[in-house]
Design a protein around this ligand. Structure first.
Ligand SMILES: NC(=O)c1ccc[n+]([C@@H]2O[C@H](COP(=O)([O-])OP(=O)(O)OC[C@H]3O[C@@H](n4cnc5c(N)ncnc54)[C@H](OP(=O)(O)O)[C@@H]3O)[C@@H](O)[C@H]2O)c1
Length: 249
């Protein structure tokens, strides 16, 4: 596995995040994950937001994607601190001791499919339900959720990974649908899905292949923040990779 050095302007200097009006609160859900923790560090280092809040299963209060009330409590807590300018959902699930990505339809299992949908699509949808109404009423604000290129239907050439692919495709549709409602309620706000690239985290570790371009979490966080900084409101409802290029649905 080749891990890419932290290079490029956005990584060297850190994303300025100057497109966000001040003041405002930034929030990361999934703050204990590889990319989530790096996003929290990068946002704090940027000093663009007076407050950067971090929620995960190990924070206090904690959140669990399978517990809507915990998501509602966290969203309210964050909104009580000030207008929400940037909310990043860095949660996600690919494998654990109970399940791993399917190589064949013979491995399809209803309970495992349901679990992937609960964690990758339904949980983030419920998060949007509680967070989108709290985005700043005026000026740029962003809700970004980490999806995955393998959730692209148009880009699916290899097959396999049924549950992960399908649950991320569902997430993308939920983001697109929410963005249309958001445009009516918060005309300057964005709701987007982002592909972070392949990043060296526990999620990707078992699937590392020689020759694959892999980014360190710190570099991935800078790439994502640079993309978020560049996106204008006409990009709301889109699906973008870590370079800012649109990913086919
Ligand atoms: N790494 C890659 O190469 C790659 C590529 C494409 C897309 N992505 C996407 O990027 C996102 C972040 O992935 P990562 O690489 O940082 O993986 P990771 O290190 O495994 O982090 C996964 C995150 O999801 C959270 N999570 C899992 N189940 C949860 C639950 N029931 N309730 C609340 N949070 C839960 C974890 O919380 P805890 O900290 O509490 O465990 C953790 O914060 C995911 O959506 C993933 O699909 C990653």
């Amino acid at each position: 596995m080749k891990v890419q050095a932290q290079s490029g302007d956005a990584v060297a200097t850190g994303a300025a995040l100057a497109s966000f009006p001040q003041p405002g609160v930034a929030v990361v859900f999934g703050a204990g994950g590889g990319i989530g923790a790096a996003l929290v560090d990068a946002l704090r280092a940027s000093r663009r937001f007076p407050e950067v809040m971090a929620f995960g299963r190990s924070t206090s209060p904690s959140i669990d994607l399978l517990d809507e009330a915990s998501l509602g409590r966290a969203a309210k807590l964050a909104a009580d601190r000030g207008v929400l300018r940037l909310v990043i959902d860095a949660t996600g699930f690919l494998h654990d001791g109970l399940q791993s990505p399917e190589k064949s339809w013979q491995e399809l299992d209803g309970a495992k499919l349901g679990r992937s949908f609960a964690l990758n699509a339904i949980g983030p949808a419920l998060l949007m339900k509680h967070v989108l109404p709290c985005l700043a009423p005026r000026g740029k604000s962003v809700f970004a959720t980490l999806s995955a290129r393998v959730g692209s239907i148009g880009d699916n050439r290899l097959g396999g990974w049924y549950a992960y692919r399908a649950s991320k495709a569902a997430l993308n549709q939920l983001v697109r649908t929410a963005s249309i409602e958001l445009a009516r309620r918060r005309p300057e706000a964005l709701c987007v899905a982002l592909h972070p690239g392949t990043v060296a985290t526990p999620l990707s570790a078992p699937f590392a292949k020689t020759g694959l371009e892999v980014h360190e979490p710190g570099a991935a966080a800078q790439h994502l923040l640079a993309v978020i900084d560049r996106l204008g409101v006409d990009s709301s409802g889109g699906f973008f990779d870590w370079r800012g290029q649109a990913v086919p649905w």
